[in-house]
Design a protein around this ligand. Structure first.
Ligand code: ZN
Length: 377
């Protein structure tokens, strides 16, 4: 089997930027590329970069309505009206900017090229850091997202008969994807995110488990404010591996938003990027093709480093944790970059544990009681 890891990027994407005051920064993909290139992680056998092409309109219509696509395209050209606004286009979260439509279509094309390369066996891992727009709905722009590249990728993979596992570790609920497949059992969606009582989009409670044939195939893991690495991995390990093994997917779509990292200006979890490395290693252990995308991540430096770390794990270049950082029990309260891609481990206090663990335990219990039985667990 071809084990190539493909990084998907085009300088064309650099031409487009959200307004300067907007938290979403398209420069993160370019910076990630620069970092991995400078570390020699794009050269050598089994690693390469490919250029995306814009997604076809006919493909976009598999998820979005013609009315919405028309409004998005014309609004981006300056013909913005109340109909577009009613679909979330031109709001504070989803503003109009120059080249918006071209950007969204190219960023989506990058994810879809990755899906195609997995289907054709040309790649084993494909990573599009310019993707992961998981909040967009069929007729709705939301949460900085206009075209839902990840929902489209899942749709296309499922159309080809694949059993798709969609795993979303962005700090926000992956609502657009979860609801696209809410009544289907050929795409299982698992989203770990900050408790929706305290964060956009306000959905993704553990009792949202899918409906009809999709019951038990939508999994939500809300996490309390302050969730730290060990608590996160406790929830992950209790819930995700048993479900993946029982579901036995053919392909994994992985939305790797980096806004659950400590210090993210828009959210309140307390992770280090070691969690992402652990999850990527775990996903690789299934020996299934993986389509990974970016997503949120509003501390640019931390996000770039997390994605560079994920890439280094994908292409087998991560050497594991730098144990020097914990020598002598000195764990500094800092995610400052010390040279490698991995963050320093953050110290956890007893009061943090007490604040976080009961809620995590309750969520694990709920999912074990209400979702696991569907899968014979
Ligand atoms: Zn997010």
């Amino acid at each position: 089997m071809n084990r190539d890891a493909i990084f998907i990027y085009s300088a064309e994407l650099e031409k487009y930027q959200y307004p300067p005051e907007h938290p979403f920064n398209t420069i993160r993909a370019k910076r990630t590329l620069e970092v991995i290139k400078s570390m020699g992680l794009l050269s050598g056998p089994g690693r390469r970069m490919i250029e995306p092409r814009p997604a076809d309109r006919v493909v976009l219509k598999k998820f979005h309505t013609a009315r919405y696509l028309h409004a998005l395209k014309t609004a981006a050209k300056g013909h913005w009206d109340t109909e577009a606004l009613s679909m979330g286009i031109g709001t504070q979260d989803c503003p109009l900017f120059k080249g918006l439509y071209e950007y969204a279509v190219l960023a989506t094309g990058a994810t879809l090229v990755g899906a195609e390369m997995l289907l054709s066996g040309q790649a084993y891992v494909a990573f599009n850091p310019s993707g992961g727009y998981h909040h967009a709905g069929p007729e709705k722009a939301a949460g900085f997202c206009y075209i839902n590249d990840v929902a489209l990728a899942c749709l296309i993979l499922a159309e080809k008969g694949k059993r798709v596992l969609y795993l979303d570790v962005d700090v926000h609920h992956g609502d657009g994807v979860a609801y696209a497949f809410y009544d289907r059992c050929d795409v299982m969606t698992i989203s770990l995110h900050q408790n929706p009582k305290t964060l956009f989009p306000g959905t993704g409670f553990e009792d949202e488990i899918g409906t009809g044939p999709g019951e038990g195939y939508c999994v939500n893991v809300p996490l309390p404010v302050g969730t730290y690495d060990q608590a996160y991995m406790k929830a992950f390990n209790a819930i995700v591996p048993p479900l993946i093994r029982a579901y036995n997917p053919n392909v994994i779509v992985f939305e790797l938003g980096a806004d659950a990292l400590a210090g993210d200006p828009l959210a309140n979890l307390h992770l280090t990027n070691n969690v992402y490395a652990e999850i990527v290693n775990h996903l690789l252990s299934y020996n299934k093709p993986i389509l990974a995308t970016g997503g949120g991540g509003y501390h640019i430096g931390n996000t770039v480093r997390a994605w560079a770390l994920a890439w280094s794990v994908f292409c087998g270049a991560d050497t594991g944790e730098d144990m020097d950082l914990a020598v002598g029990g000195v764990l500094l309260e800092s995610t400052e970059w010390q040279g490698g891609f991995r963050d320093r481990r953050l110290a956890v206090s007893n009061s943090q544990r007490e604040a976080v663990l009961p809620s995590i335990d309750a969520t694990i219990k709920y999912i074990k009681e209400n979702v696991f039985p569907v899968h014979g667990l």
